[in-house]
Design a protein around this ligand. Structure first.
Ligand code: G3P
Length: 220
């Protein structure tokens, strides 16, 4: 499963990229607005930090405008994947852009039948939002599993990108459900590394070692 960072913050992206486990980036209008920089400028900066798919979302809502905006976003850098919402206009824009060879990430997906529409329109990626379903006491991980299953059965090549992830358990469940990609806020990526028994075990290793092989005195 690929790991993407779900942020437009350059410091988070630099820290995440340095770990060597980040394969791409997703942004959305809220994440871009949070940084306060023009989208073209920020997406180009992101492409200079992470060498992988970088999703940039349109803000147009009408299909023809989405297509125009998508073409502009795709022209920023070869790694840009154009993000469109899973609406009728978004699906229509996806079918046009995908026929032009522009890769599309269809986002705000909340049902398996929506995901089928995205695949039929030629989406490169579909982004089901697990966390926002969990927030409503629905089962977000089950959505990921259902989409991955129906894509396998139908032979769709669209990648399932598990989005709106809130916890390490979400990441594990997305991997077990068959997601191709998980996109994580930086804070969640950081959480994945930590386990109290790892810290405790390392502390004991080093303590036992130092008792036999004391630290050499610092060079004067
Ligand atoms: O950026 C797409 C998605 O991961 C955002 O999810 O619910 O954290 O805003 P959320």
């Amino acid at each position: 499963m690929k790991f993407f960072l779900d942020t437009a913050n350059l410091e988070e992206l630099r820290r995440g990229a340095a770990l060597g486990v980040i394969d791409g980036v997703t942004t959305n209008p809220s994440l871009i607005a949070k940084e306060g920089r023009p989208v073209e400028e920020r997406i180009l900066e992101i492409c200079g930090i992470v060498d992988g798919d970088v999703s940039a979302e349109v803000v147009a809502v009408e299909a023809d405008r989405m297509v125009e905006e998508g073409r502009r976003l795709a022209a920023i850098h070869r790694n840009v994947v154009v993000k469109v919402p899973l609406t009728q206009d978004g699906i229509r824009a996806t079918s046009i852009l995908s026929r032009e060879g522009i890769r599309v990430n269809v986002t705000l997906c909340f049902s398996p039948v929506q995901a089928i529409l995205a695949a039929k329109a030629g989406a490169y990626i579909v982004s089901p939002f697990a966390g926002r379903l969990d927030d409503l006491a629905a089962n977000g991980s089950e959505l990921i599993r259902s989409i991955a299953e129906v894509y396998r059965i139908q032979g769709f090549r669209t990648q399932v990108l598990a989005a709106s992830l809130r916890s390490p358990l979400h990441v594990f469940e997305a991997a077990r459900a068959g997601a191709h990609i998980a996109t994580l806020p930086f804070k969640l990526l950081d959480m994945l590394f930590h386990h109290p028994l790892t810290s405790k075990g390392l502390e004991k290793f080093l303590k036992d070692w130092r008792e036999v092989f004391p630290e050499p005195p610092a060079a004067v």
